[in-house]
Design a protein around this ligand. Structure first.
Ligand code: IMP
Length: 203
């Protein structure tokens, strides 16, 4: 794995078209002095996530944005690993929300997790985030975060995005969908990956 390089605050592309991820990553980067611009704002296409791991897909998204812009680019690839489903949906977490018409429906995706887990009493699961930082010269580095927890169904709470309303981090009683953004950031896989990134690159 490539050694982390130091990243000085400046212009940074967030290689994501996911509004929830963008909101969370902007809130982490902006106080540190980064001028953040998203791939969507730059008119970049959303690359097909053809990799079979979080690392591969994060690298693919970050590298495409860094090559297209000549700027360092940060991408998150993330997902929910459910123990009773042998780690699924995992790298396919976003795909479980895709509907036949092409849109995404997370209520149906969460119902599918509950349905496929069936009567298994083990509700343990984890959210995983891999951040890839890609540079225009081809260098890519990775930082990971993970939060263990339990899934619940029906979903609870109006906040957050994606599968937030079905995930309770270990030791807590509220789902991510019931937490404020600040509370979620005290536990989340993405915040943990970001802390690893900051410790390695923003010294
Ligand atoms: P991808 O990284 O583009 O493959 O998409 C990740 C998928 O996991 C999306 O469907 C998200 O909804 C879901 N996901 C990732 N992180 C979170 C989170 O913090 N809360 C809720 N869902 C998440």
């Amino acid at each position: 794995m490539a050694e982390p390089r130091r990243l000085a605050p400046g212009r940074l592309v967030l290689a994501s078209h996911n509004a929830g991820k963008l909101r969370e990553l902007r809130a982490m980067l902006q106080p540190l002095g980064f001028e953040v611009v998203s791939a969507g704002e730059l008119g970049l296409p959303e690359p097909e996530e053809s990799g079979d791991s979080f690392h591969a897909n994060a690298a693919l998204k970050a590298s495409a944005a860094a090559q297209a812009t000549g700027l360092p680019a940060l991408a998150d690839d993330s997902g929910l690993e459910v123990a009773a489903l042998a780690g699924a949906p995992g790298v396919r977490t976003a795909d479980w929300a895709i509907q036949p018409g092409g849109g995404r429906d997370y209520a149906l995706a969460m119902a599918r997790v509950a349905r496929e887990a069936g009567a298994n009493p083990d509700h343990s699961c984890a959210f995983v985030s891999v951040l890839a930082l890609a540079w225009p010269d081809g260098h890519v580095q990775f930082h990971e975060g993970r939060v263990e927890g339990q899934w619940v169904h029906p979903p609870r709470g109006p906040d957050g995005f994606g599968y937030d309303p079905m995930f309770i981090p270990a030791g807590e009683s509220l789902t991510f969908g019931e937490m404020s953004s600040g509370e979620k950031a005290r536990h989340s896989h993405r915040a943990r990956a970001f802390q690893a990134f900051a410790a390695a690159c923003l010294r």
